[in-house]
Write a protein that binds this ligand. Structure first.
Ligand code: AMP
Ligand code: TRP
Length: 331
């Protein structure tokens, strides 16, 4: 039976990177098949960080273009922007009134993020972020929420809030399950292959971005940190750099790591990196080209997003009405 899927991603960078793609977005694309998937660009969540209006606008559009380019089909799934569907704020408030201060205070993402900038500079929205996320999920009566391991705690909170609401006010929300993405596809920084590839990572040279030029990405791969020795062998402990490149090659080419080890037996790191660069460039080039095409016609892109929001709103408004009714609000 088709399952309702809901996930969200923040528009907080100019480009998604290969870690986002292989760790999460590729699975979003796969989950579209045979399911009823809702994918949300969570722009309101992005307001909990530094706000640069021109940049935010650009990133929302660019995120949408990239998601479509990498295979999220606006026909197969419902792709939309969170702020286009006001029900997120409506149910978000309800979730804030259901959540306890203590449980919200235990969220490790809040603790980490607020510690970074100093507790005094953290804003209230960063604190209430998980309750808005719970609303994102519960509005759509999702069965599964595909997310990375770091989101497990937010999913647990969502389940707790939904259960509490249902128990106290009557069956309203489906209790969602996290669909924690396989950690097998964890991608590391090319320069510091023991750190995960991340937009907040120190080295721009270590992150392969979808919107980078093919030349730039090829260059980053060719100057990736390699390890002692000359053998192309998967050994995360002794050879984190080569292992990471093997993971990337395998994920994009579909070849088994053991087959790649055989293919490159007796060849040097240089040849291997050249091959990885070719695989990555061949894979990302059409995605980037398509995203740039979509960005050229902004009004068409916005039209696609509005159509997605219309579909999303139909589901979301029914959930809000039900929750309002059960809370005793007069409709
Ligand atoms: P972010 O917004 O950077 O935290 O990432 C969005 C999604 O991409 C999350 O679901 C992460 O689990 C996933 N992701 C981010 N970086 C990596 C990485 N280096 N390897 C695998 N998955 C990643
Ligand atoms: N907090 C998630 C992240 O940082 C993004 C997000 C917001 C989300 N709302 C969501 C993920 C709803 C899944 C479902 O990655």
């Amino acid at each position: 039976m088709a399952k309702r899927i809901l996930s969200g991603i923040q528009p907080t960078s100019d480009s998604f990177h290969l870690g986002n793609y292989l760790g999460a977005l590729k699975q979003w694309v796969e989950l579209q098949e045979g399911n009823d998937a809702f994918y949300c660009i969570v722009d309101l969540h992005a307001l909990t960080g530094e706000i640069d209006p021109a940049l935010l606008r650009k990133r929302i559009l660019s995120s949408a273009a990239q998601l479509i380019a990498l295979g999220i089909s606006p026909e197969k799934s419902t792709l939309f922007v969170q702020s286009h569907v006001a029900e997120h704020n409506q149910l978000g408030w309800i979730m804030e009134c259901i959540a306890g201060f203590g449980e919200a205070n235990r969220m490790t993402q809040f603790k980490d993020k607020s510690a970074k900038g100093g507790a005094d500079s953290a804003r209230v929205g960063l604190f209430t972020y998980p309750m808005l996320q719970a609303a994102d999920i519960l509005l759509y009566q999702a069965h599964y929420v595909p997310v990375g391991e770091d989101q497990r705690q937010h999913i647990e909170l969502t389940r707790d809030l939904a259960t509490r609401f249902n128990t106290r006010f009557g069956e309203t929300f489906r209790i969602p399950e996290g669909y924690i993405l396989k950690s097998g596809a964890k991608i590391y920084d090319l320069q510091e292959p023991t750190n995960k590839m991340s937009k907040s990572s120190g080295s721009a040279a270590g992150v392969l971005e979808i919107m980078d030029t093919p030349e730039a990405n090829a260059k980053k791969i060719k100057s990736a940190t390699t390890d002692a020795g000359r053998e192309v062998k998967f050994d995360e402990k002794e050879k984190p750099g080569i292992s990471n490149l093997l993971t990337i090659h395998s994920a994009l080419s579909g070849k088994k790591i053991s087959d790649l080890e055989n293919e490159f037996a007796g060849k040097g790191y240089g040849d291997f990196k050249g091959a990885v660069a070719e695989v990555v460039v061949d894979y990302l080039k059409p995605i980037r080209t398509r995203a740039l095409e979509l960005l050229e016609d902004e009004s068409h892109l916005v039209q696609i997003l509005h159509a997605g929001a219309d579909k999303a709103r139909t589901v979301a408004s029914a959930t809000v009405a039900e929750s309002y009714k059960n809370l005793g609000l007069v409709l």
